[in-house]
Design a protein around this ligand. Structure first.
Ligand SMILES: [Zn+2]
Length: 271
């Protein structure tokens, strides 16, 4: 038998630059900082480099993707901040990058040194992505969780079930880089659900004469439509989605009218 050891398949390295384009400093702060105040131009975070308990000393600069702590003097870029929270020193860069890829549910091949699909999306479509704050407003959250590990549990004799014991979080923003088509589909589907919920709340307010509430809901609906347009990478999909929402809304209205009519009919016949 041949004694030559077979080489383990060589893993391509993750690109620092690609990670920095895929993940912003705000993404890192929102994910790892125990507290955060984003209601200011320079969001305040908890500094991972000194024993920080309260907001105030450490800020992030979203335009340059950097942070600076006035208390301990720590400063740096997105990777430096992640290194602090994850407790992986910058000189273990490969470990840090691997960890970021798994924490943010990025597809490894898409952020490796030799990735051809990247250049296609780069510059052209990626800048249209929403910020994590905007995704939150559109979808009420900025990520979704997918079970990736299961535990086998015997709930009756010889009756087994698989129960998820570990989830991976996929961030909508990183999904935009990995698979634009799937990203658009998810954004349409999830935000549609919330939009239709707003719409039925609006109808209720109009029927009850709650004018103030009406204004608030109308604003949320307009905002959601604006963000949808901004977030979709395939702009043609936007018109299609609006058309579909109007059809669904009309069905919803007809259904509720039918229910109301049936109720009053059965009320009358009971008399
Ligand atoms: Zn500090």
């Amino acid at each position: 038998m041949n004694d030559v050891k077979r080489k383990a398949p060589q893993k391509t390295k993750i690109s620092k630059e690609k990670i920095k384009e895929a993940i912003s400093i705000l993404d890192v702060a929102e994910r790892f900082s125990p507290k955060i105040n984003t209601r200011t131009k320079r969001p305040q975070i908890i500094c991972p480099f000194h024993s920080d308990k309260n907001l105030g000393s450490c800020r992030i600069y979203t335009d340059s993707n950097t942070f600076k702590c006035e208390a301990c003097g720590a400063h740096g870029d997105t990777l430096a901040l992640a290194s602090g929270y994850l407790d992986i020193p910058l000189n273990s860069m490969d470990n840090l990058l691997e960890r970021i890829v798994s924490e943010f549910g990025l597809i490894r091949e898409n952020v490796c040194d030799h990735c051809t699909s990247w250049d296609y999306y780069r510059g052209k479509r990626v800048p249209d992505r929403l910020s994590s704050e905007e995704y939150k407003r559109l979808l009420l959250d900025d990520h979704y969780s997918v079970p990736t590990e299961f535990e086998q549990i015997e709930y009756e004799k010889d009756e087994w079930d698989y129960v998820p014991c570990r989830y991976t979080q996929y961030y909508y923003r990183s999904l935009a880089l990995q698979d634009p088509e799937f990203h658009d589909w998810v954004v349409c589907t999830v935000s549609r659900k919330y939009w239709l919920r707003y719409a039925s709340m609006l109808l209720f307010c109009q029927s009850q004469g709650y004018v103030l509430m009406e204004d608030v809901i109308q604003k949320a609906m307009d905002d959601s439509i604006r963000l949808l347009r901004k977030g979709l990478m395939d702009k043609r999909l936007f018109r299609k989605e609006l058309k579909l929402r109007n059809i669904l809304l009309n069905e919803q209205i007809e259904e509720s009218l039918r229910t109301a009519r049936n109720r009053s009919d059965s009320g009358r016949s009971a008399v």
